[in-house]
Design a protein around this ligand. Structure first.
Ligand SMILES: [Zn+2]
Ligand SMILES: [Zn+2]
Ligand SMILES: [Zn+2]
Length: 448
């Protein structure tokens, strides 16, 4: 593979050893969702090394700037002698920026995967000076060039009917834990005979392709076909669970679907770019949820071992994926964000990036970040190995695309219980999925 030699050395673990530190989470802070999101970004070479090369940005408010706060936090990761660091500045900036949307507020728990996604959205904003443009094509936009997946989606029926093709860019590809397990169960024999390293991608594709009835009333279902147009270096998979407290068996079933490598042509029906077709992506970090708490895991390539980071506590898990999987099943950890990396990623071109910190009019700061586009329930299964799905209160199988717009994202992962209304009067983080469909603000109800 001499073809990739230069880029290989750029991401080589020998050249890029990463310093690992804990992040504080004092009682009542509820920082764990942010801590986990930050830890996976810091431990992603593609993110950390490229972010370090971006010195300037458009700064909308020096007092509450995600870019400034992350730069300072990453500098302390690199240079501080302390074993644990406070994420305070980033926590406060995030709360300030999302105040209007009542998201990520101080002292309140929130969703780690959505936090991860929104940190990327904010970085995009600081690099391109825009929050509203979906078609970000700038070379130096780290979130879109390295994480963005530009997809064309179309429904196709065997009678020949097709739906309008829909083009969108996603930073995270969401899939339902339930649908994954269902597909594995449906086609057990088929998948068992396949290369185990290729089943996860195929299952993701199958899980996303549940059809709706063809409008010509031919009696068949539309099958969703997906085409990937670009070559990302990180594939972020968000897993939606229908339960906060799955059994060991359910976690085990989900883990059975996972593989430590993934190929894009397994995940999508068509992959246009030749390089994207060749690239293999390696599972390099995860965020898990257990007992109202998030923690992060990453693979240290230099020392060939999996490491767990639970706020201030950093510990080795083992050399192999099965060591980690065993821990997850035993502890009923729900993997909810999986990051697969292209180890041959090339440096981001930064020629077009801002060279200095350019202070901007603050009005853009308060602008919205992301919205849900066309959420629809693609899954109406009533039960499965991975747990019972109620078509009412579940995100299982929901297929959601994010794009720029007027409202905060609503992904309703239900990874933790909603606070009682008495301690949480303004905002409830998990509105019911059905309400997102109609765009209303209805809340999830009382699954306390
Ligand atoms: Zn700034
Ligand atoms: Zn961008
Ligand atoms: Zn048809």
């Amino acid at each position: 593979m001499s073809f990739f030699r230069r880029s290989k050395s750029y991401m080589s673990p020998k050249r890029n050893s990463v310093k690992t530190k804990g992040l504080t989470n004092e009682p009542g802070d509820n920082n764990c969702f942010l801590n986990s999101a930050v830890q996976v970004l810091w431990h992603l070479d593609v993110f950390r090394l490229n972010f370090a090369r971006l010195s300037g940005h458009y700064c909308f408010d020096e007092e509450a700037c995600i870019f400034c706060a992350m730069k300072r936090l990453f500098a302390t990761f690199e240079y501080s002698d302390k074993e644990t660091l406070p994420p305070t500045e980033l926590r406060e900036s995030l709360a300030s920026i999302y105040l209007d949307q009542k998201r990520f507020q101080l002292g309140l728990m929130d969703d780690a995967a959505e936090c991860f996604e929104n940190l990327l959205v904010q970085i995009h904003k600081h690099l391109v000076r825009s929050v509203t443009d979906d078609s970000c094509g700038l070379d130096h936009c780290l979130p879109h060039r390295k994480f963005g997946m530009t997809v064309i989606e179309q429904g196709v029926c065997q009678c020949g009917e097709t739906s309008e093709p829909l083009t969108f860019t996603q930073l995270v590809h969401y899939v339902s834990a339930n649908a994954l397990c269902e597909r594995l169960k449906d086609r057990q024999r088929h998948y068992r005979s396949m290369d185990p390293e290729r089943t996860f991608g195929r299952l993701i594709r199958a899980a996303g392709s549940t059809g709706r009835a063809c409008p010509t009333k031919c009696g068949s279902d539309f099958v969703t076909t997906t085409s990937l147009m670009n070559v990302p270096d990180i594939i972020s998979i968000g897993v939606n669970w229908d339960s906060n407290e799955p059994s060991m068996e359910r976690v085990g079933n989900l883990l059975e679907t996972l593989s430590t490598t993934i190929k894009l042509q397994d995940m999508f029906d068509t992959v246009l770019d030749k390089k994207a077709q060749r690239t293999e992506y390696h599972l390099s970090s995860l965020v898990c949820y257990y007992g109202k708490h998030y923690s992060a895991f990453f693979y240290n390539r230099k020392h060939s071992k999996w490491v767990s980071i639970d706020d201030t506590s950093v510990s080795d898990v083992g050399k192999h994926w099965k060591d980690l999987a065993r821990k997850f099943v035993k502890g009923r950890y729900q993997p909810l964000l999986l990051l697969y990396t292209n180890y041959d990623a090339k440096p981001l071109p930064v020629k077009t990036a801002p060279k200095t910190i350019e202070l901007q009019n603050a009005s853009v700061q308060s602008s919205p970040a992301l919205s849900l586009r066309n959420p629809e329930i693609a899954e109406s299964t009533s039960s499965s190995d991975c747990g019972t799905v109620s078509s009412q209160a579940v995100n299982g199988g929901a297929r959601k695309k994010l794009m720029w717009g007027n409202v905060a994202p609503k992904r309703h992962t239900g990874h933790y219980k909603e606070p009682k209304s008495s301690d949480f009067t303004i905002y409830k983080p998990y509105p019911h999925l059905g309400s997102a469909k109609s765009g209303s603000q209805d809340q999830k109800g009382t699954s306390l």
